[in-house]
Design a protein around this ligand. Structure first.
Ligand code: HEM
Length: 502
């Protein structure tokens, strides 16, 4: 072949390739986005975004459009919401290689300096894998067992607090879980309900909710907004972000420095941080230390709020369902002994209580929309186009209330997780979705389940819970159940007081 015909064939091959690519591109762009409400060209549906319980609105849109995968725009960003098990399994789990990033949030990540937290770090950053391994090891079954004495001591304080001022049950529960995780992460024992770290945990959640709220910050969507001077309308985010950055960095820096100081004195309580800060007796380098600092912060943020939400829901649901409560108490008395405090080794035998925990996580999911994922490549699903960089959310609430998985989903019934000869197989384990999806699924599940079950067993072993004004909850008007709307949802608090058992 002479050089001119060689050139001809090379050009022809390139031309053919370009032709195929252009057809593919055209075909992919001609595919529609999943159905959903159409918004304004600039705002998208920002102004229609529900302020309360958006997961319910998304589920209703899914019914309206007769498709479990829906989409809409918030400003210039495409949001895809997956409302059934099939779609979250197909995309967030089976295609996890491209569905595991986090959406860019300039306000939270850059202005507030949170891009390296375990929750926000890009899945493409090699540190993400290391973070997950460390958190999983630090909260897996072996490590959790080493923390049993911590769980027991902190439970004693919780029960004492509930006995003294039962009306402050939310604070006591918060104090318990923050107390446990501060000891696990840093070896720090909190002083009481007004301990600085308890307040920091509350403040952190409040600020994080604000920095990450869908559609709140124009700068998250339009990079040009970064250049608005702080004194002009729309530029205020810079000043607010500066204040929040300082508050949030307190969370990850101060406890970490505290551990280092304690270690320097030679007397310190062992913890996740202290065990990792030295390797073979030698202090780790700066990069490793940063990883440890972010992971310990991840333990603290991951555990302190979610578990409090679940246990306050549990207390409310026990007050509303005295029969379930009595049955759980009978089981605890049988397994742990009527006049004895439960021991963590009993937890595996408390089958009914385990079913109660599952039903709490199903009926009142802590993360109704889990955390948002980002797809890193253009994709197609069920004939729809899933654009690169779209935010993808799994609607945990919709799955947990899907009657084809959980018949009569609005009824609180732990029996659904017990196999019986009469009903046959138990319903699916909601923990498969309560803790999120694929490569971003919660790495603290084992620790979460153990610490929650232990607190539940402890509370029911000492107290009976009822609605205010009744001893058995029977004659009292049932409070209306609704959720707060944030990253972690709480059942709206009502007055419930654990009562001493007769
Ligand atoms: C009731 C208890 C808990 C619930 C319901 C829960 C739920 C979740 C959910 C839904 C996610 C996001 C998953 C996703 O993006 O798909 C998550 C992430 C995470 N959770 Fe939990 N969690 C709980 C307790 C804990 C505990 C006790 C810890 C640590 C001790 C923890 C640490 C984390 C961390 C570090 C992440 C970020 C993972 C990543 O982005 O790669 N969580 N959790």
């Amino acid at each position: 072949m002479d050089s001119s015909s060689g050139l001809f064939w090379t050009l022809a091959a390139i031309g053919f390739l370009l032709f195929v690519c252009s057809i593919k591109l055209k075909a992919s762009h001609s595919r529609p986005l999943p159905p959903g409400p159409i918004g304004h060209w600039f705002f998208g549906i920002k102004k229609q975004l529900p302020h309360k319980e958006p997961w319910k609105t998304y589920a209703s849109w899914s019914k309206l459009y007769d498709e479990s995968v829906i989409s809409f725009q918030v400003y210039n960003r495409t949001i895809i919401v997956l409302n059934d098990v099939q779609s979250v399994t197909d995309l967030l789990e089976r295609r996890a290689n491209i569905y595991s990033d986090r959406p860019e949030q300039y306000m939270s990540h850059t202005i507030c300096g949170r891009s390296k937290t375990v929750f926000n770090i890009s899945s493409q950053d090699p540190h993400h894998r290391i973070y997950r391994r460390l958190v999983q090891e630090g909260t897996g079954s072996r490590s959790t067992k080493a923390y049993w004495p911590v769980l027991q001591e902190e439970l004693g304080k919780l029960l004492e607090g509930l006995g003294d001022t039962p009306e402050n049950y939310v604070q006591h529960v918060r104090r318990n879980f923050v107390g446990v995780i501060m000891r696990v992460a840093y070896g720090y024992t909190i002083a009481g309900l007004d301990d600085t770290f308890v307040r920091v945990a509350e403040e952190t959640t409040r600020i994080t909710d604000k920095t990450m709220a869908n559609g709140s910050w124009l700068v998250d969507y339009y990079p040009i907004a970064r250049y608005i001077p702080p004194f002009l309308p729309g530029g205020g985010f810079k000043c607010t972000g500066k204040v929040w950055r300082e508050r949030l960095s307190y969370l990850s820096d101060v406890p970490h420095q505290w551990v280092k100081k304690q270690m320097a004195t030679g007397t310190y309580a062992g913890s996740f941080t202290s065990s990792l800060l030295t390797e073979d007796g030698v202090a780790v380098g700066k990069e490793r230390e940063d990883i440890i600092r972010w992971c310990a912060g991840g333990l603290y943020v991951g555990a302190s709020d979610t578990t409090v939400s679940a246990i306050t829901s549990f207390i409310l649901l026990m007050a509303l369902h005295p029969n379930v409560q009595t049955r759980a108490q009978t089981e605890i008395d049988e397994i742990c002994g009527r006049h004895q405090a439960p021991h963590p080794s009993h937890l595996g035998f408390l089958r009914y209580l385990q079913a109660v925990l599952r039903e709490v996580l199903r009926y009142a999911p802590v993360g109704n929309l889990a955390l948002p994922h980002k797809v890193t490549e253009e994709d197609t699903y069920r004939g729809y186009r899933i654009p690169k960089n779209a935010t993808v959310m799994g609607n945990v609430w919709a799955i947990m209330h899907d009657p084809s998985l959980f018949p009569n989903p609005d009824i609180f019934n732990p029996d659904r997780f017990l196999e019986s000869k009469l009903r046959g197989w138990a319903q699916p384990d909601p923990c498969r979705w309560a803790f999120g999806f694929g490569r971003r699924a919660c790495p603290g599940t084992h620790f979460a389940e153990t610490s929650m079950l232990f607190a539940m067993a402890g509370i029911l072993s000492e107290f009976s819970i009822s609605l205010p004004g009744s001893s058995d909850g029977a004659n009292t008007a049932k409070p209306k159940i609704s959720f707060t709307t944030g990253i972690t949802r709480y059942l709206t608090t009502f007055r419930s007081a654990p009562r001493a058992k007769h």
